[in-house]
Structures are given as structure tokens and as C-alpha cells.
Design a protein around this ligand. Structure first.
Ligand code: NZQ
Ligand code: ZN
Length: 389
């Protein structure tokens, strides 16, 4: 086991009506607030009015940046930072999902520096050195951005999607009211569950085998997503299901499960380039890639991890032969994505074709090798994409 430092300081307000504490929490950081949000779901759900009611009670001055896209664009970061600079913004309030929160993290950074093109943070040309405080109100259980310090942005001109991180960007506080996710569509709920599942699997397959405690917690979270994802699809206002998914999304991706391990992921960097090429929803891309990636990586050395997953998470009979268990495990993962969540199982079904595979693979590994669980060079990634076509 590695040595590690545990520090996850985001303050969480979890549960129904926690929004009542929003104004007081924001006031700790100042009066001038940039409210960021996506394409309008917060207006349709009535959340927008609730935010303004809090602002009125606490005499906050709200400025706005709406229209942040799923697969958020770097141009939105520029726009948000400009509003912050022009209006002496003290704190950014992101209301939405991973896209709005990720974008807001880099608005917070760019608001306080002179970096002209925030894409430079993502290509190593500029460093995040300081940031405005960020508070989030989460409206969809998926990315985990509400409790971590990473973000993924799309460069619309270059058709690239990259991630970067810095502890300065971790939200100061996040409001997690599961009832706010009742209005998330079936499709987005399914994609969110697939994303949480993938975060857990990426860590599970890469974590050193000796961290027994973290492996068992990871399995408990996987079981939670497998149980409650389909319930949330059938009963959108099932509080228990929405609450379990929401808290799982945060814990799957806040760093706790990695215990300081510098874990390299596999499916995520590939998926980000699928999204960059055709604006695919992140969780859907992961659902298509993950089972084929598991098939590609299965060999005599990696076999034990498939068995561990199959027996402990999918309750496959441990007395069966290891290879049988491994194949059954992959089938269970497919069943979860395609039967339980109803997601598509091939790239052609979502409009991504062979002609783009070379570019996607090159961008995913940046011409090098993804040094994850099973190292993947460009050719290996192209092979996996072919298996997904
Ligand atoms: O834009 P609005 O109108 O709000 O609609 C959104 C959007 O269309 C909708 N939605 C969200 N909450 C809703 C709702 N619709 C109705 N009712 C609600 N309560 O859902 C759609 C998707 O929103 P988005 O923010 O894109 O979802 P998600 O949380 O899945 O975020 C995806 C982004 O996060 C990145 C992904 O790459 C992607 O860009 N990720 C960020 C990570 C991180 N920071 O750690 C890790 C992840 O692996 C991921 O890469
Ligand atoms: Zn993800």
C-alpha cells in the first residue's frame, strides 16, 4: 500500500431542501456571485427561482452565465472569466451537472490570472495558480465533479477534449439534494449511472491488489449503482434510488478510492475523444467501450481481477472455472449497460464510424501509450474501437 494524504475538504449539504442553506454559505465568500448553468433545465425545474430567492434573502448580487453545453466548451470558460473580471465577482455558483461544474472550475481560475487562452491549462502551457471559491448545486448524479478537483473541457476548434486538475479547483461546498435529480431524463439517468460505474471499474482494475478495504468499498458502490440505476429509470422520483446514486457519484470520483495511487485510466481518455468528435454523451461512450475493453484486456495475468469482480459484485458462483467466471462477468457488465440501462452497444449506432478511429486513438493516447491496467498504444486503442464498431 502506498502512503497517502487524505484531504477532501468540500463541505456537503446532502438531502431534501438543503438549498435553504445556500445563501448563508455563499455569503461567507462575498456578495458578488457568478451563477453558471447549462441549457435551461434549472429554469424548467424551478431551481432557478429558488436560487434567486436565496440571493434576495442574503442580498447577493447575481451575474449570470447560462448555456454551458454538455461536453463544455473552452469558449464558455473565457466568457465566464470575462464576466468575473468585469464585475468583481467574489464567488462562482455552479448549478447543474459535470459540464457546468467543470467549466466553472476553470472560470474560477481564469478569473484571477492573465492567461489569455484557458486551453493552455490543458496542454501544459499555463498553470492554475489561484482560483475564486466555487460552490455547486448538483442536479444530476454522474461525473463526481462536485467533490473533486478535475475538469474536462472541449476545444471546439481543435475537436479535442482534455482533462486537467489542481486541488485549488475543488469546490468549497456542494449541495446534493436528490430531489433535484427527479427531472433528469431516462437517457441521462442511464448515462450518469454508466459513468459512475465506469469510474469505479477504472479504479478497481488499476488499484493495487493489497488494498482490501478499498476494494470492498468499491464493490459496495458498484452494487449500489447496479441496484439503483434501473430503479431510478423506472421510478424517477424514487428518493432512495436518487439519493444512493447521488452520493455514489461523489464517492466514486472524489479520490478516496484511489488512496493516493497515481492511477491511469483506460476507457475515459478514449471516451473523451469520442465525445470530442461527435458530441457524444460521456456515459454512453463509456457504456459502449467498457465491455469491449474488458474483453481486450482479459488474459492469464489479468484473469484474477475479473474473477474477483464477478464473484463479489455479480455473485457468480466461485466454484466455477476462472475463465468461465471472467466471461460471465463481462456478460453481466453488458447486461447492466444494455438491458438494465437500455444504452446502445455499438459506435455505429451513435454515428461514429471506422474512418475516425485512427484520429480518436491517436488523440486518446497522444501518440504514446496509455499506461493503465493493460498498457494501450494507438494500435491497441484502434483494435478496441474496431471491436466496438
Ligand atoms: O444543460 P441542462 O439544461 O442543465 O441539461 C443537462 C444536460 O443536457 C441535463 N440535466 C442535468 N441536470 C438535470 C438535467 N435535465 C433535467 N433535470 C436535471 N435535474 O443533463 C444533460 C447532461 O448534463 P451534464 O452536466 O453534461 O452531465 P454530467 O454530469 O454527466 O457531466 C458530463 C461532463 O462531465 C465530464 C464529462 O466528460 C462531461 O463533459 N466529466 C467530468 C469529470 C470530473 N470532473 O471529474 C469526470 C467524468 O469522468 C467526466 O469526464
Ligand atoms: Zn466519467
Amino acid at each position: 500500500m502506498n502512503n497517502f494524504i487524505y484531504e477532501i475538504p468540500t463541505k456537503i449539504f446532502f438531502g431534501k431542501d438543503q438549498i435553504q442553506n445556500l445563501g448563508a454559505e455563499i455569503s461567507k465568500y462575498g456578495k458578488n456571485v457568478l451563477l453558471t448553468y447549462g441549457g435551461g433545465s434549472i429554469k424548467r425545474s424551478g431551481l432557478y427561482e429558488k436560487v434567486y430567492a436565496q440571493a434576495q434573502t442574503f442580498n447577493l448580487n447575481i451575474f449570470e452565465l447560462g448555456g454551458i453545453d454538455p461536453n463544455p466548451r473552452i469558449s464558455s470558460v473565457k466568457e465566464g472569466a470575462k464576466i468575473c473580471k468585469e464585475n468583481n465577482i467574489d464567488v462562482v455558483l455552479a448549478v447543474g451537472g459535470g459540464s457546468t461544474i467543470d467549466c466553472s472550475k476553470f472560470i474560477c481560475a481564469n478569473a484571477l490570472d492573465e492567461v489569455e487562452d484557458p486551453w493552455d491549462y490543458f496542454i501544459g502551457k499555463a498553470k492554475v495558480t489561484k482560483a475564486l471559491p466555487l460552490i455547486t448545486v448538483l442536479t444530476i448524479a454522474a461525473a463526481g465533479s462536485e467533490m473533486n478537483f478535475g475538469g474536462v473541457l472541449t476545444n471546439e476548434d481543435l475537436k479535442l477534449k482534455l482533462n486537467t486538475s489542481n486541488p485549488i479547483l475543488r469546490p468549497k461546498a456542494s449541495f446534493l439534494d436528490p430531489t433535484l435529480t427527479y427531472t433528469v431524463s431516462k437517457f441521462q439517468t442511464a448515462c450518469g449511472a454508466a459513468d459512475i460505474f465506469s469510474h469505479l471499474i477504472e479504479v478497481y482494475f488499476n488499484l493495487k491488489a493489497d488494498f482490501f478495504m478499498l476494494r470492498r468499498i468499491n464493490e459496495a458502490l458498484l452494487k449500489t449503482v447496479i441496484k439503483y440505476g434501473p430503479i431510478a429509470l423506472d421510478e424517477p422520483d424514487n428518493y432512495e434510488a436518487r439519493a444512493n446514486l447521488m452520493w455514489s457519484s461523489s464517492w466514486a470520483q472524489n479520490g478516496f478510492l484511489k488512496a493516493g495511487d497515481a492511477i491511469n485510466w483506460s476507457c475515459h481518455p478514449i471516451e473523451h475523444e469520442l465525445s470530442a468528435i461527435n458530441d457524444l454523451t460521456h456515459g454512453l461512450g463509456l457504456a459502449i467501450l467498457t465491455p469491449k475493453w474488458m474483453e481486450y484486456c482479459l488474459n492469464n495475468t489479468t484473469l484474477p481481477i475479473y474473477v474477483e469482480l464477478g464473484v463479489n459484485v455479480f455473485d457468480i458462483d466461485s466454484s466455477k472455472d476462472s475463465k468461465t467466471i471472467a466471461y460471465e462477468t463481462i456478460q453481466k457488465v453488458k447486461d447492466f449497460f444494455y438491458k438494465d440501462l437500455g444504452l446502445s452497444d455499438s459506435l455505429s449506432k451513435v454515428g461514429i464510424f471506422e474512418k475516425d478511429f485512427e484520429t480518436i486513438a491517436r488523440n486518446a493516447c497522444k501518440g504514446k501509450t496509455l499506461n493503465s491496467f493493460v498498457p494501450l498504444d494507438q494500435k491497441a486503442i484502434e483494435d478496441i474501437l474496431m471491436m466496438c464498431k
